[in-house]
Design a protein around this ligand. Sequence first.
Ligand code: GCU
Length: 409
Amino acid sequence: MPIKPFIVLAYLLAATTLSVHAQNNLSGLADPLTMADGSKVTTAKQWHKRRKELLHFFTTEMYGQQPKRPASMTFKVSESSKTALGGLATRKQVTVYFNGKPNGPQMDLLIYLPNQVKKPGVILQLGFNGNQTLSNDTAVKISSSWVANGKTAVNNKATEASRGKTPNADVEMILKRGYGFATIYCGDIDPDFDDGFKNGVHALYPKLQGRGDNFSTIGAWAWGLSRALDYLETDKDIDAKKVVVFGFSRLGKAALWAGATDQRFAMVLSNESGAGGVRIFRRGKGEDIKHLCTSFPHWFDANFRKYIGRDTLLPFDQHLVISLVAPRPIAIGSALGDQYSDPEGEFLGGVYASPVYRLLGTTGLPATQMPGLNEPVAGQIQYHIRPGNHNILTYDWQQYLNFMDKHFK
Ligand code: GCU
């Protein structure tokens, strides 16, 4: 029987992965395909067992428990227009009432759908500062949730001056490429400060606090993304089988965890997510666990503090979180000037998750050496690095849209 080229490629990639391992001094890095009891995972069926084991591990030790979808949750389409953005899009604004009560915790979902496409796939972005910061569209509701004080917020409330101030997404480009764009504000789910888990959706789940595997803030943001997807699944104008979850930086950490925990997301786009996102801790470069857990004590669960000072000795690492997305596609974006996120560590997250993709019959990330600037490499995992600083730029969006075209068109 002739040897299939795919098998040869998989073999070559596996062999080079081992040598990359040695070059980066990552010996001791956890093997995604070895169960905790030492047994090897060699079939897709065994992977499902390993996946459960890993999901349980990261839920307990890092991101915390999440409640189920609340039975009493309701959605209300509060506004819509078929002629938004100069006729390019249909806009919908939906409020998600997490416990069904208008005075309970709630989240505003802003959706733009391209008028030229019937039932498009949608990018769901977890955003900073409120939906109104995204564009100058004056019909967008100004967030009434807590926002960090700054030039456009007074007494932790967003003002009219914040409209269009942190665009973070090229909405018109996305629409013109045939995809919808939806966004939610992380602060509607849980304001980004340490208040002992009293505000946001945490108020609804006191029993998930005061324990090592508590419902954390990143856990809550990921959970909120799943609740937004609950709505998108009910919307007949959307192809809910093509909902792509996107986040940048701290919100890229949450988007990754959402993609890991909720297999309804068709794809993950994780932009410069760094430590606690796609980056390998074991390299000991960039932000460490101590900084994550002391500057942002609410982001991860209490158990994660056990690992402070043990970055290079961890019994787990972030490639295992990426592997939870497999075989669904994931794109990882880095910036050269963002050394704090450790771009090479982000790249290696994709490299070391790849054996799982290959076991499941796809390509993973078809590279073992860092590609050059502006030279994206793409298989079922895509990686790109561009010049410039920690940010989300048009170039990044272009790479993500190309990746979506490759998988969806
Ligand atoms: C801080 C934090 C990072 C995070 C970033 C961001 O720099 O240390 O982990 O990714 O904020 O969200 O912009």
